[in-house]
Design a protein around this ligand. Structure first.
Ligand code: AMP
Length: 213
């Protein structure tokens, strides 16, 4: 099963992806995570991408398309995969369709998680992640027992560079202008599955499972 996870930044795509990969046994392919790893590693691609990420803008299409093309052909993607944060605009979606048809593959479901904008800003600016194990927290909605320390592994929690209010606003604007048109794109293909993204993590996960089976 090949799935796309669609939705604005802060909708909970990453959180739900972690649950879904366990249930469906397919890998999560997050272009955001791949780009952050490249930034961390200080590669040329990472240095180039960082400029766009810090400004809340999209990294050029050819960069992310190259990453995805290579990744979906790896062994662990044989039984399917879940794309998280890709495609981000219609041009990426069209390139993906072409690429998949060349590989004899297709997208089965596009899960779109919907959350109102004021809720997204609250979620994003309070978001924290463990440097060591990647666990996610929120300073108000899901705080760790000890400030700044991961409950699971004791690692240090950090705030993503692009989760400050100014960059968040620009990411939401980019979503509206460039990514939201994908909803109509996939609706036309009969692949769109809308999910109400307000509620507990479990509630939202159950809604997704109810739709995907
Ligand atoms: P995310 O973790 O999905 O919120 O992505 C963080 C940042 O990485 C975005 O604001 C973009 O700058 C960049 N990025 C991630 N995925 C893509 C993509 N498919 N196309 C262009 N830029 C991307």
């Amino acid at each position: 099963m090949n799935i796309i996870l669609l939705g604005p930044p802060g909708a909970g795509k990453g959180t739900q992806a972690k649950r879904m990969i366990e249930k469906y046994g397919i890998p999560q392919i997050s272009t955001g995570d791949m780009l952050r790893a490249a930034v961390q590693a200080g590669t040329e691609l990472g240095l180039e991408a960082k400029k766009y990420m810090d400004a809340g803008q999209l990294v050029p299409d050819e960069v992310v398309i190259g990453l995805v093309k290579e990744r979906i052909q790896q062994d662990d993607c044989k039984n399917g995969y879940m794309l998280d944060g890709f495609p981000r605009n219609v041009s990426q979606a069209e390139t993906l369709d072409k690429m998949l048809s060349e590989l004899g593959q297709k997208i089965d479901h596009v899960v779109c998680i919907e959350v109102p904008e004021d809720e997204l800003i609250k979620r994003l600016t309070g978001r924290r992640t463990c440097k060591q194990c990647g666990a996610g927290y929120h300073v108000v909605f899901d705080p760790p027992k000890q400030d700044g320390v991961c409950d699971k592994c004791g690692g240090e929690l950090y705030q993503r560079d692009d989760d400050n209010e100014e960059t968040v606003k620009s990411r939401l604007k980019v979503y509206k202008e460039q990514t939201e048109p994908l909803i109509a794109y996939y609706e036309k293909q009969g692949k769109l599955r809308r999910i109400d993204g307000v509620g507990s993590i479990d509630e939202i996960f159950n809604r997704i499972v109810a739709v995907l089976g």
